[in-house]
Design a protein around this ligand. Sequence first.
Ligand SMILES: [Zn+2]
Length: 247
Amino acid sequence: MEKARFGGMTGPLVEPVEFLTRATANYKQKGIYPYCDACGEVVHLYGVHTPNPQTTSRFDHPNMPDGADPLDDCVLADRNPRFRGLQPDGFDDARGKVLRAQFFDPTFLAHAYTFCRNLCRAKNLLPGQFRSMVIRADKKRIWSYVGIPLWAVPYILLTLENFQATSKNGQEYGFHFVFQKPRGSGGTGISALWSSRQICKISKVFSDNGSPVQTGDNPYPVSESAFVEMAGDSSWVTPALLRALIP
Ligand SMILES: [Zn+2]
């Protein structure tokens, strides 16, 4: 990635060359490190002193621990194709705190759940899976994404889990969700989902080959009205079920 926080999460965002200019080559001895703006991990400097002018300097994340789920990877690490093109424009934790509280308002939470459940098809989304999607969203600080509207959060939740289903002829298969951003939707990051003039879509694909699952509503539009429509009636969601959705 191109920028990291200088010396700590409250430090300014700097590019590799600027980091080295400020911290000097002895930065490790001085205990001054670059930190990822998304996950807060210490990242490595790469390509600053290379003799090859073709090499672009950058910050790299440390390797993921053995056995770690690739869905737990940082969105800024740029090594999981599932997260490609989904980088936020930045983080706003004060706004994120408010948005997260609104998300867990019982009425909205019930809507978010029935939306996800209806797109997955009822029995393919267990309350525990919804909870694990929320835990992942917390780690990724989704609510703090700059400019994100509340209705976009459930769409992103769907991309943070793998699902299982059984076909009509009894065959088990895995599926997951990916975003489709139209050409010219503006920007390279995730904000195209809510700021693009052309509507983005969310597509349900087979996990083994990436081809779309053939259903009448796949891919599905990404918009506030499409969210409300797919959520439908959520008045049947009981307080006990709501409690099971909260980590
Ligand atoms: Zn990171």
